[in-house]
Design a protein around this ligand. Structure first.
Ligand SMILES: [Zn+2]
Ligand SMILES: [Zn+2]
Length: 329
């Protein structure tokens, strides 16, 4: 499914099977989850996309062919491929353990072709083994909703009372991890979204309400997964002294101005960008222990446009996943 230009629907196309270069694997894609970032790329809100582009950065598949100098995997291994697709290992950020900020980083399904396809190539350094306790479709959302959610959770600190704004794919995973860590979850959804509130409560939230409501207690931290800048001052009002507000998305509408008093008392705001391999190793080890169970709605690959539309309109509970028919290879 090819994006020719932002603003247009994806187009089903026959493209040549990519060849793995040195250090790369060819992966037969079994499943690829749909992320809100994909919507931002299709909409043109993210402007660095290679074009034409195959979207998709939450890929589960099996190794079908090895490039030269492969040391980490063999043919037939089941692996996952995340958003971070390549880093230089040489810039100041890479050398400082912040490869998520690498000056020359490349990103799967954005500046590299991704997983809305039957085959994809990936740098072996950024591929990860997947626990047998997950099916292909269940595992796919772990690769971004899980990883970025986990990085956001770590950034939020160790506080007990955690607010989550936007109860979609990332939130439904991270709520389970936070509960495992014996935290209390306060879920903020669209004001009239009863289904999302019920979904949050079913995952063990202590409270669920509209994003304009005040929680019954002051929170220690809040994570914002919804791309709405007006949530930042609302979250600042919901956290107590020294509280942290973490913006977990790659894109957000403008943040309205707000009085300094809601930031004062050592509250802070930060963003999360991308992920590191260490995040992936930590989270992929943690997820089966919790155990994180993902709720997915599967679509055939050729229905990618419908899956994106359903995500845009907020009518997916959990995560949307594109799956390939095994008979189609
Ligand atoms: Zn670098
Ligand atoms: Zn993503």
């Amino acid at each position: 499914m090819v994006l020719d230009t932002p603003g247009k629907a994806l187009r089903a196309a026959n493209v040549p099977t990519p060849k793995p270069g040195p250090g790369q694997l060819l992966i037969r894609v079994h499943a690829c989850a749909v992320c809100r970032t994909d919507l931002h790329i299709v909409d043109g809100e993210l402007t660095q996309a290679k074009l034409p582009l195959i979207l998709g950065h939450e890929i589960i598949g099996v190794v079908a062919e090895l490039g030269e100098a492969i040391t980490r995997f063999k043919i037939g291994d089941r692996i996952g491929i995340p958003w971070l697709g390549w880093t230089c290992d040489e810039c100041a950020y890479c050398k400082n353990g912040q490869e998520n900020l690498c000056d020359d980083a490349k990103f799967t399904g954005y500046t590299l072709d991704g997983g809305y396809a039957q085959y994809a190539v990936a740098d072996q350094r950024f591929c990860f083994p997947i626990s047998d306790s997950y099916s292909d479709a269940e595992a796919a959302p772990l690769l971004c909703a899980g990883l970025i959610g986990y990085r956001s959770l770590v950034k939020a600190g160790n506080g007990k009372r955690l607010g989550i704004y936007g109860f979609g794919a990332a939130a439904h995973i991270i709520a389970q991890v936070a509960k495992y860590q014996r935290r209390e979850i306060y879920a903020f959804t669209r004001t009239d979204d009863t289904d999302a509130k019920n979904f949050a409560m079913s995952l063990g939230a202590a409270w669920a309400g509209g994003s304009n409501q005040s929680p019954p207690v002051k929170l220690d931290a809040a994570i914002i997964f919804a791309p709405a800048g007006e949530l930042v001052p609302q979250a600042l009002k919901a956290v107590g002294k020294a509280g942290t507000v973490v913006c977990g998305g790659i894109h957000m509408s403008d943040i309205p101005s707000f009085p300094y008093s809601i930031l004062w008392q050592e509250r802070s705001i930060c963003s999360v960008a991308n992920l590191t391999r260490r995040d992936a190793e930590e989270f992929m080890a943690l997820a089966p222990k919790v155990p994180v169970r993902t709720q997915v709605e599967s679509f055939p690959l050729e229905d990618a446009n419908e899956a994106l539309h359903r995500l845009l309109t907020g009518t997916i509970q959990g995560a949307a996943v594109l799956v390939n028919d095994p008979a189609g290879f």
